[in-house]
Design a protein around this ligand. Structure first.
Ligand code: CTP
Length: 237
């Protein structure tokens, strides 16, 4: 038992949980986690983005590092602090996130693709401000082009065998069949299905759908609890 002496000279027992929190994983893995939104510039002062807080991805990175894994966190623009022991790569756009993720995925054992990647980006980034308003029309069109699907790119990568790939889905309705389709189209081993109440919230409910047909339901949990369950997937062959 560990003891220390307080200023008043009385001995106290050292909290036991401090030691168990740092318990190393049996098999340390190289884990890549993406988190947060991407921003797609329209002009020097405007962009397309979304409401992702980044909390789920940061919680996964933290849980993985605490378990003793080597973690690279590829994060879009969010103000969250980098979890202890995690290597953070800051990105802004989907194309930057794609490049950083592919580089890290090559050297990794697992990918948790928790980022809310913008599906579209403006076809071109204007060098000056977008002046559509000056034309006096009540409507405007902004040409968009599709961003690459980072999860699908990694999921179907030829260097994939043996690497765990976990994707996320946020659905407002008809979630399960759409998430099941994503398992196949994106080549993921698991899809974590959330609803929009998870956005910007410290708690969430989630369904973890496996490519092997398994379904695990997590109801009203903290994101740290959900992260702990997801890190448990690393133990699976
Ligand atoms: N994803 C990605 N690259 C994209 C778009 C999405 O890697 N260009 C990943 C996300 O990180 C997430 C999963 O794919 O893991 C989400 O899939 P997506 O098809 O975007 O679904 P939703 O965000 O749930 O919503 P929607 O189908 O309405 O786009």
């Amino acid at each position: 038992m560990a003891w220390r002496t307080r200023k008043d000279g009385r001995a106290t027992r050292r909290p036991a949980q401090r030691r168990s929190a740092a318990k190393p994983a049996l098999v340390p893995r190289r884990v890549v986690v993406t988190a947060g939104p991407t921003r797609e510039a329209i002009d020097p002062v405007r962009y397309l983005s979304n409401e992702s807080s980044g909390r789920m991805g940061f919680a996964i990175a933290e849980a993985a590092a605490r378990a003793g894994h080597r973690v690279t966190l590829i994060a879009g623009p969010v103000a969250l602090p980098t979890p202890k022991g995690v290597r953070r790569v800051a990105v802004v756009t989907a194309l930057e996130m794609l490049r950083a993720t592919l580089r890290a995925f090559r050297e990794s054992d697992a990918l948790f693709m928790a980022a809310a990647v913008s599906d579209w980006r403006p076809a071109r980034r204007l060098s000056g401000k977008w002046r559509e308003k000056d034309k006096g029309s009540p409507a405007a069109n902004l040409p968009l082009v599709r961003n690459p699907d980072i999860l699908a790119t990694c999921g179907h990568d030829r260097s994939r065998p043996g690497k765990l790939v976990v994707g996320f889905a946020l659905e407002t309705s008809g979630g399960i069949p759409r998430a099941k389709r994503k398992l196949e189209t994106k080549g993921a081993d698991f899809i974590v299905l959330n609803d929009e109440r998870a956005l910007n919230s410290p708690r969430a409910s989630a369904l973890i759908l496996g490519g092997d047909g398994t379904v695990r339901r997590l109801t009203d949990r903290t994101k740290a609890e959900i992260a702990g369950v997801l890190i448990g997937l690393l133990g699976r062959p």
